[in-house]
Design a protein around this ligand. Structure first.
Ligand code: GDD
Ligand code: MG
Length: 362
């Protein structure tokens, strides 16, 4: 079977992390975001994955060999000269999607969505209704930033409205689809959004069905959702593979620590913390709701809450950071500062406290 993952787009809402690499290879729960999807696709029998690449192709192309070997799958890059949106990339990759595809089916995924990926159930549902497309739905509190779906009790989609201004329903497009290859011919080879064009048309023609997604779901393309998504996936790991989580006297709740990280036994970690390779947490530090990316450091006696610490960044001693702060790559926070809810661009040194929330430091 085949699948296409949409890994283009500029990832602007996940800045400053996406100044350093594409959104889909930022580590989420200590592995590149897209590898959660690759693994789940391989598990359901997908043998060929097409990565639809736009922005920052070099960083992604460099990773592909590694992903192919690790997950035992063929990966092809389909690279756009100009951004083709969420639909155009399917048309661009038509040849790859149609070739050696006797079942005539393929999965499509937004690269920033995370859940338990019920692909097996989706296949069964799709084969049962026998129409051209199936999309996964989930419920959210604020549907305005998503594609909203209205469907009947059999799952037949009656309306698809992308990012509506007014409340229509709280059931939204989870960004995970299963299509017959005939859907490709509905899409022109130009910038084209599935959500604005193809889905409303398919809904009118009764060719689009929805399946409710069981369990957790999150689009982790924004810092706030990235941190919430981390909490959700850690809870899912707790249910499915609890031995992957860290334990110890200084660990509270769900915590995932790479074996190469060095954590002082007097630092207290958790709940909802992931710590990547080569990270250091010094004595007496306190971390909750924190994502530490590779080779970052939290200094002695610092308090860090609701924060993403970028690669190679260094937080000094007796620092307090909170309020949804994101440190880009290679940021230094000097000792004894208070940092409240700000984004710090890569390679910046911070020497004074930031009390007011919402600032961007460059
Ligand atoms: N190759 C390629 N080229 N990929 C793209 C492009 C492009 O020009 N533009 C966006 N993408 C990719 C993004 O990387 C992401 O994986 C996916 O397409 C969706 O783009 P987002 O920018 O993340 O869209 P969104 O989150 O606002 O909305 C979409 O996802 C929601 C679920 O998270 C829509 O599909 C909504 O309907 C949906 O509810
Ligand atoms: Mg998104």
């Amino acid at each position: 079977m085949k699948a296409l993952i949409l890994v283009g787009g500029f990832g602007t809402r996940l800045r400053p992390l996406t100044f350093s690499c594409p959104k889909s290879i930022v580590e989420f729960a200590n592995q590149p975001l897209v590898t959660h999807q690759i693994k789940a696709l391989v598990d359901v029998g997908v043998t060929d994955i097409i990565l639809a690449i736009g922005f920052q192709p070099k960083a992604m192309i460099e990773k592909i060999k590694q992903f192919e070997e690790e997950y035992k799958v063929r990966i092809i890059c389909s690279q756009e000269v100009e951004p083709l949106g969420t639909g155009g990339p399917l048309r661009l990759a038509k040849e790859h999607l149609v070739k050696d595809n006797p079942e005539g089916l393929f999965f499509v995924l937004n690269s920033d969505v995370i859940c338990d990926f019920p692909f097996k159930e989706m296949l069964a549902f799709h084969k049962n209704h026998q129409k051209e497309g199936t999309i996964l739905l989930t419920k959210v509190q604020d549907p305005t930033k998503y594609g909203v779906v209205v469907s009947d009790s059999n799952g037949r989609i009656e309306r698809f409205i992308e990012k509506p201004k007014q409340f229509i329903s709280d059931r939204i497009n989870a960004g995970i689809y299963l299509f017959n290859t005939s859907v490709i011919d509905r899409i022109p080879l130009e910038p084209h959004m599935l959500e604005l064009n193809t889905f409303p048309t398919m809904a009118k023609e009764a060719q689009l069905y929805s399946m409710d997604l069981p369990g957790f779901w999150m689009d982790v393309g924004q810092p706030k959702d990235f941190v919430i998504g981390t909490t959700l996936i850690l809870e899912s790991i707790r249910t499915k593979n609890p031995s992957a989580l860290s334990t110890g006297q200084n660990i509270i709740g769900n915590v995932l620590i790479d074996p190469t990280a060095k954590i002082s036994p007097t630092a207290v970690i958790g709940p909802n913390v992931t710590i990547g390779p080569d990270c250091i947490v010094e004595e007496g530090a306190r971390l909750k709701n924190v994502v530490m990316l590779k080779n970052s450091t939290v200094g002695a006696h610092s308090w860090v809450d609701n924060t993403i610490v970028g690669w190679d960044s260094k937080i000094g001693k007796w620092v307090r950071i909170e309020g949804l702060t994101v440190l880009g790559e290679d940021v230094k926070i000097k000792d004894e500062l208070f940092i409240n809810g700000c984004s710090v661009l890569p390679h910046k040194v911070i020497s004074t406290s930031i009390n007011e929330k919402g600032q961007i430091l460059m």
